[in-house]
Design a protein around this ligand. Structure first.
Ligand SMILES: Nc1ncnc2c1ncn2[C@@H]1O[C@H](COP(=O)(O)OP(=O)(O)OP(=O)(O)O)[C@@H](O)[C@H]1O
Length: 261
């Protein structure tokens, strides 16, 4: 039985693609058949951040009725299936987001988990993914503009008969200007499933066109992605306890009392 999630935020640049790519990879690492789809028909970048170079068939052709979804699926890490969107404006014009429902039917037997990376805004290509998923997961940053846009998406989703399952707070810092998790939860009216910190390794991994859970598996963000993936898969995850940071005194003692050559 397939479980479909749409990753949405309303505001651009909150981390939807990052969350889609890494949750998808983390679920694939857990052995779940997982497919991620770039619904950003105009400004595609899921394939780019995952290092796909040759993608002769994309979601553009599928939504234009000229190809089957299985022809637009490319292999990612741990057997993750990636459906990129095309980069051409012509392809964008020919793609009809209304075909998404039929595409989802074709995917039913092919995977356990499906993630749709929604575009920013409330255009047709952003709204349709909100209706077809079992649950919408919001990606929100700890700032008022992101919160307001996420709230709009929550209300819109409910108005059109969809369901919001929760939110992921991304790019959290310890800065006092950050909205707190509690405030966001209260204003948004949905549970914050987990919090991903602001992490320079996220950008480094994107530059290397590799998910952070593969490139920097020990980073804080990777731990959060694995935790959320485990929760979605309904399995307990045991993280290694964090190594106690060696302080200056411990380092000095180790150097002074080192045995042997
Ligand atoms: N936790 C994080 N720490 C640091 N940088 C991050 C984090 N999450 C995302 N980023 C960076 O923020 C930028 C935007 O992220 P991303 O592309 O995932 O957002 P998006 O919501 O998909 O954007 P768009 O609305 O344009 O599709 C990228 O450069 C990404 O590497």
């Amino acid at each position: 039985m397939i479980r479909a999630y749409t990753i949405a935020s309303g505001k651009g640049g909150t981390g939807k693609t990052t969350v889609t790519a890494n949750l998808g990879t983390a679920l694939a690492q857990l052995g779940r058949k997982t497919c991620i789809v770039d619904m950003d028909l105009g400004m595609a970048n899921l394939g780019l951040v995952l290092g796909l170079d040759k993608t002769p068939v994309t979601l553009h052709e599928v939504l234009a009725g000229n190809a089957r979804i299985q022809d637009a699926m490319y292999e990612g890490p741990y057997g993750l299936k990636i459906v990129p969107s095309g980069l051409s404006l012509q392809g964008f014009q020919s793609a009809d987001p209304e075909r998404l429902k039929d595409v989802m039917c074709d995917l039913t037997d092919r995977c356990d988990f499906l993630f749709l990376d929604a575009p920013a805004g409330i255009g047709t290509d952003a709204v349709i993914p909100l209706t077809v998923a079992d649950e919408v997961l919001l990606v929100v940053n700890p700032e008022i503009s992101s919160l307001m846009d996420a709230l709009k998406i929550r209300i819109l989703t409910e108005m059109i008969g969809g369901a919001v399952g929760g939110a992921v707070l991304n790019r959290a810092t310890l800065d006092s200007s950050d909205l707190s998790r509690k405030k966001i939860e209260k204003a948004l009216g949905v549970r914050i499933i987990d919090t991903i910190p602001e992490d320079a390794n996220v950008r480094r991994a994107a530059a290397a066109r590799t998910p952070i859970v593969v490139k920097y598996p020990g980073s804080e963000s990777s731990k959060v992605f694995r935790r959320v993936a485990a929760e979605l898969a309904g399995i307990p995850i045991e993280e290694e306890p964090d190594k106690v940071q060696e302080g200056f005194i411990e380092r000095l003692a180790r150097t002074l009392f080192r045995r042997g050559p």
